[in-house]
Design a protein around this ligand. Structure first.
Ligand code: HXC
Length: 257
């Protein structure tokens, strides 16, 4: 399938999605949203695909929601159409998505990276929520996900002042899992995705689902949810295979059943 604003490539069981609006530093307009939703729905539905990487360009992962598209919208347009609600579907992707961030991840770009399952940062990455400079505020989850990721002090300062956070600070604060040299970012993300893709498919889904539950539940409910999913995996053929393979000192071979 062809998209106008993104490139989609497959490397074995890994889907690489590259934001491709260089003339606007990958600003996220309605067409980018539609393209991403279609691409990730196809990825989720394709049994041959197990993990995805979402990246941008060297200069910008994405410089935000498209300001030129929003500029003339009024309250009735935004609220009436529940502008940005479409992004919720992106977060319902069941298979893992790694954000590989180089350069600017600002506003909606930072929010999109945080909607992914984890962020690998190039040493050039810069994260920020500068919406306040436009007299607005985050609208794709930034005030919530950034606060959960880095805590109130940094999130509040970033939202109120628009200060950007570099890769090292982002790693210290827990926003990103690792920093890699910019030149190696995509290859490293693909390698990490291939590692994930080599795991048993049901276990991949369950691990993602239970970590995400930590953001939606109390500790007791989350622990219960984890344990039930853990129990459920013992109904899979791959659990028998995985444990037999360990005992027999050989690699496991998965059926996804
Ligand atoms: C539309 C954008 C854009 C954006 C950049 N461009 N960001 N277009 N929406 N978010 C366009 C520019 O207009 C310009 O187009 C081209 O991309 C290159 O950008 P420059 O500004 O010339 O590049 P540079 O000088 O290198 O500066 C890079 C930058 C700056 C610091 C990232 O572009 C910037 O500040 N962008 C906006 C960042 C921002 O405020 N993001 C939050 C958006 S609001 P032309 O045609 O002039 O060449 C948001 C959430 C909204 O994301 C939620 C509330 C509703």
């Amino acid at each position: 399938t062809d998209y106008n604003t993104i490139l989609v490539e497959r490397r074995d069981a890994v889907t690489l999605v590259t934001l491709n609006r260089p003339q606007a530093l990958n600003a996220l307009n309605s067409e980018v949203l539609a393209d991403l939703l279609a691409a990730f729905a196809a990825f989720d539905a394709d049994p041959s695909q197990r993990c995805a990487v979402l990246t941008g360009s060297e200069k910008a992962f994405a410089a935000g929601a498209d300001i030129k598209e929003m500029q003339h919208q009024g309250f009735a347009d935004m609220y009436g159409h529940d502008f940005f609600a479409g992004w919720d579907q992106f977060t319902r992707t069941r298979k893992p998505i790694i954000a590989a961030v180089s350069g600017f991840a600002l506003g909606g770009g930072c929010e999109l990276a945080m909607m992914c399952d984890f962020i690998l940062a190039a040493d050039t990455a810069k994260f920020g929520q500068p919406e306040i400079k436009l007299a607005v505020a985050p609208g794709m989850g930034g005030s919530q996900r950034l606060t959960r990721a880095v805590g109130k002090a940094k999130a509040m300062e970033m939202c109120l002042t628009s200060r950007m956070m570099g890769a090292e600070e982002a790693e210290r604060a827990g926003l990103v899992s690792r920093i890699v040299p910019a030149a190696d970012l995509v290859e490293e993300a693909l390698k990490t995705a291939a590692t994930i893709a080599s795991m048993a498919p049901l276990a991949i889904l369950a691990n993602k689902e239970m970590v995400n539950a930590a953001f939606e539940t109390s500790l007791a409910q989350g622990v219960q949810f984890e344990r039930r999913l853990f129990h459920g995996l013992f109904g899979s053929a791959d659990q028998k295979e995985g444990m037999a393979a360990f005992v027999e000192k050989r690699p496991g071979s998965w059926t996804g059943k």
